[in-house]
Design a protein around this ligand. Structure first.
Ligand SMILES: [Zn+2]
Length: 232
């Protein structure tokens, strides 16, 4: 019997590429995708996550961690009064005051999620957590410290030690750019049409938020047309 694998799953392109790889290596019956209801503003993220899990015929578990972020005023949280920026990270960075981060940063979100995945993996006898962290270009690397390769390494050490060497993190995309991830996703034939990247909560992706800007740019760099619909 093959080992079980947990995939930290958001329904975006990066985690869908991770899911596809995990299914290819371990088989769909041995993969469990874990998504989080962290009080996010965009409801499509969880809806699309389920659709993608149905597509791959893998078990999908949604864990509610809303309470943890109720003290945060990140613009990605539903109850926040801040608008989601429709600008690149470079433009946002220039406007930041000292000790301030971009509004779309959710405090230590990936740290919280990975810790929960480690506990979940122990309960489910899974040895590996697939995590779709990738190489952030430019200033985004500093704006999201819990997306850095240093953090990935430190978290892997903490989880490996804290689980009695039973669970470790696998980050297949850690050295890859968004452009390279889309290239790999194309090879793996992932259902790009089912993925959701946008920060806004609309029927179609806005095409203007930072997440949409980066997605559209990466498709263009690959000379590919993004199959999802955009507003307007
Ligand atoms: Zn958007």
């Amino acid at each position: 019997m093959k080992n079980k694998v947990v995939v930290l799953f958001s329904g975006g392109i990066d985690s869908t590429v991770c899911l596809a790889q995990a299914v290819k290596i371990y088989g769909n019956k041995n993969v469990i995708a874990v998504s989080f209801d962290y009080g996010q503003n965009n409801s499509k993220e969880l809806i699309q996550s389920k659709e993608i899990c149905d597509y791959y015929k893998v078990e999908h578990v949604v864990i509610d961690i809303k309470n943890i972020f109720e003290f945060s005023n990140s613009s990605l949280i539903k109850k926040s009064n801040r608008d989601i920026p429709h600008e690149t990270y470079d433009v946002q960075y220039k406007k930041l005051k000292e000790n301030e981060n971009v509004s779309t940063n959710v405090p230590f979100r990936n740290g919280v999620m990975l810790s929960i995945c480690a506990s979940f993996a122990l309960s489910k006898n899974a040895k590996v957590i697939y995590y779709g962290i990738h190489h952030e270009e430019g200033i985004a690397h500093e704006l999201y410290p819990d997306c850095s390769s240093e953090f990935d390494y430190a978290m892997d050490m903490a989880i490996y030690t804290g689980t009695g060497k039973k669970v470790s993190i696998v980050s297949p995309l850690v050295e890859m750019s968004k452009k390279e991830i889309i290239e790999l996703g194309t090879k793996l034939k992932i259902p790009f049409n089912l993925t959701w990247t946008c920060y806004e909560d609309n029927e179609y992706a806005c095409g203007k938020c930072t997440a949409c800007i980066d997605r559209i740019k990466a498709f263009k760099e690959n000379d590919l047309v993004d199959p999802i619909k955009y507003e307007g």
